[in-house]
Design a protein around this ligand. Sequence first.
Ligand code: ATP
Length: 234
Amino acid sequence: MSTALVEVSNLNAFYGDAQVLFDVNFRLGEGETIGILGANGAGKSTFMKSLTGLVKVDTNSIRLRGEAIGGNAAGEIVRKGIAMVPEGRRLFPSMSVEENLLMGGFAKRKGKWNLQEIYKLFPILKEKRNQPSTSLSGGQQQQVAIGRALMSNPDILLCDEISLGLAPVVIKDIYDSLPSITADGMTVVVVEQDVNLAQRCSQRLYCFQEGRVALEGKSSELSRDQISEAYFGI
Ligand code: ATP
């Protein structure tokens, strides 16, 4: 098994008094692509937010290369190498495509990703670089959100439901860009509601159910029945 880049141990997360994650254990190896599946409300986004400092959790529950980073400020976590493509894209609506991308480079780390590389990955964004981000199609906006996260040159890219609300052909385009992103060893976590997509793009899968990891295993070895049971609780 590859070296643990991120180790999550007995992670619990709360909104006020309401607990939404219960003793989550999770391991991310260097260079892996992991899929996270689960129904609405299963806790996938909260888990991603815990990893990125947007939900406060115990310091020792998340370790990056052995360093306890749980509850660190979001900006600090970006500088340590974890970037997120948030659910719903969350672009800056008053900014152009290029300005949105540049915002992602605010906490820039060393690495290959810069505007030129993003435009090579998503050529349409170069054509539209001076247009308001809101004038783009949903798929193009998703490309901006991915590009913005890459601009910080993360070691780990977290993608929260990047297929949401997009047409199948557009989803295919987005997922087809993943191999170019992982080619240089980028580690990726993809949250998905689509079992096929998650299984195809990942080496390992975690299924969340009601705030707990209900199933974990190699994507190629998990059966549909196992996944359905963990996903829907049936
Ligand atoms: P979805 O696919 O719908 O995004 P999810 O698996 O990502 O679902 P979360 O968004 O993590 O699930 O939500 C987990 C639980 O936490 C749900 O019961 C949800 O209602 C609750 N929750 C999420 N965000 C908040 C919040 N800001 N305040 C209070 N409760 C919240």
